[in-house]
Design a protein around this ligand. Structure first.
Ligand code: GLU
Ligand code: MG
Length: 438
């Protein structure tokens, strides 16, 4: 453990955390003074089988026996301060390991780390990433107006509290704004290494909910709070650079200035997206969001600056001669809060890696508006339901094969039980069910 950090932020309790398959932050706390370099704390395999409803799914491959350890990552300690009525604390993310110190096959954080390592060792590229979150203030009482000063002020002092706490935690906040939807807000963070970016995504959700709860308000990141309204996305921005720090997605001589390698990476992602939807859009309510005319991702394509794309090639800013090269990057717009951030980013990068390995024909970059209802545009659709998404994932030998078989089996069991739980609910009730969880 980073002793310096602990001394600087000596708080009574440190929460050693992981995030499970339903993206709920879990773990256990220790008196901070007991946490020494190399120390680990106990964990239970069956915990990963707990679904969004809060109970262990039936017939998962883990039972009453078995033990694991949570190994805190000294680079991943986040001081949590400035939440009224709550003591300061530290969250430190852990990798899940076996009692003999081996990586555990179902640890989502390890999956992301290994994927990043493979990109580095096979292609000599380093990833930078950041997550962008939208959520709704369920107790907002003002007449919300998109992007307005009025709605910015309506959220105060909570906006300032969130951003101050983010700064203190080292999350590097970038923007805080009232979004388009009713009582919807957005928070963005600066790019970092991919594991930290996903760690930060986990912290920011809990922090926002905490700050709002302390004021007696409920913040929800659920992908759809009520059917037909604006959705809440989790967008992931990322770029790749070589060992000299050059952006390997940038080529000034190609359409959109997207390099051939960038096109291959995009193709790797798009070609597997129907099977990956079970991971990035993993809630029944996710499929109420991935539809046209909401500025959410509405089809499986690479779009130049297009917000309905699954993969958006983002614009660069060249005011006063600023260099576009380091700026050019992708935004993956299909994700939502139900996706574990390590699995979300890990699977997107893994799919891109496969695109490089197989030297896939570069993805077509679609420029201008795209008519998703016009079959002439020939754009693959997302699965239409979580049920269909799970079937596609379960049937895809390649994508399944990236993961430990226990991870796949447990994931599918949890998600199928979740489907049973919401099966008899109307869309409105389903949205309400998820809003309570997320
Ligand atoms: N709310 C949209 C979504 O569900 C995104 C809007 C935007 O930030 O472009 O993803
Ligand atoms: Mg937004």
């Amino acid at each position: 453990m980073n002793d310096d950090l602990l001394v600087k932020n000596l708080v009574p309790l440190t929460f050693v955390a992981t995030s499970d398959f339903t993206a709920v932050t879990k773990g256990r706390s220790l008196p901070s003074a007991h946490l020494k370099e190399g120390s680990t704390t106990g964990w239970v395999p069956a915990n990963i089988g707990i679904g969004a409803g809060g109970h262990i799914a039936d017939k998962i491959p883990f039972g009453a026996t078995g033990d694991l350890r949570l190994r805190p990552d000294p680079e991943a300690a986040y001081p949590i301060t400035g939440v009224p009525g709550k003591p300061d604390t530290t969250v430190v993310f852990a990798d899940v390991i076996t009692t003999s110190g081996e990586p555990w096959g179902c640890c989502p954080r390890t999956f992301l780390r290994e994927t990043v390592k493979a990109l580095e060792s096979e292609f000599g590229v380093t990833v930078r990433a950041s997550f962008e979150h939208e959520f709704m203030d369920r107790d907002g009482a003002d007449a919300h107006h998109p992007f307005s000063w009025r709605s910015f002020r309506a959220a105060e002092p909570l906006g300032s509290r969130v951003v101050t706490a983010m700064e203190a935690a080292g999350l590097e906040p970038e923007n805080w704004l009232p979004e388009y939807g009713k009582h919807q807000y957005e928070v963005t963070m600066r790019p970092s290494d991919p594991v930290s970016a996903a760690d930060r995504a986990i912290v920011v959700r809990d922090l926002v909910r905490d700050v709002f709860a302390a004021a007696g308000r409920r913040a929800s990141f659920t992908p759809m709070l009520s059917p037909g309204e604006a959705g809440n996305g989790v967008h992931v921005h990322f770029s790749l650079s070589d060992d000299e720090g050059r952006n390997v997605f940038f080529d000034p001589n190609r359409p959109g200035r997207l390099s051939e390698l960038g096109g291959q990476f995009a193709a790797g992602i798009l070609n597997r997206s129907r099977s990956l939807a079970a991971l990035f859009a993993p809630l029944s309510a996710s499929y109420l969001r991935l539809r046209p005319n909401q500025w959410a991702s509405a089809g499986i394509f690479l779009g130049l600056h297009n917000r309905e794309a699954l993969l958006r090639l983002c614009p660069t800013v060249e005011i006063d001669g600023r260099d576009p090269e380091p700026q050019l990057h992708f935004e993956f717009r299909g994700g939502d809060v139900g996706a574990n951030p390590w699995l979300l980013l890990g699977s997107v990068l893994r799919a891109g890696l496969e695109g490089l390995r197989e030297k896939a024909p570069p993805a077509q970059l679609r420029e201008g508006e795209v008519n998703l209802r016009d079959s002439a545009d020939d754009i693959p659709e997302f699965p239409h339901s979580l049920e269909e998404a799970l079937e596609l994932f379960a049937a895809d030998e390649e994508v399944r094969g990236w993961f430990d078989p226990d991870l796949v089996e447990t994931y599918l069991r949890i998600k199928r039980e979740e489907l049973d739980e919401v099966a008899s609910l109307s869309d409105t009730e389903t949205c309400e069910w998820y809003a309570r969880v997320y």
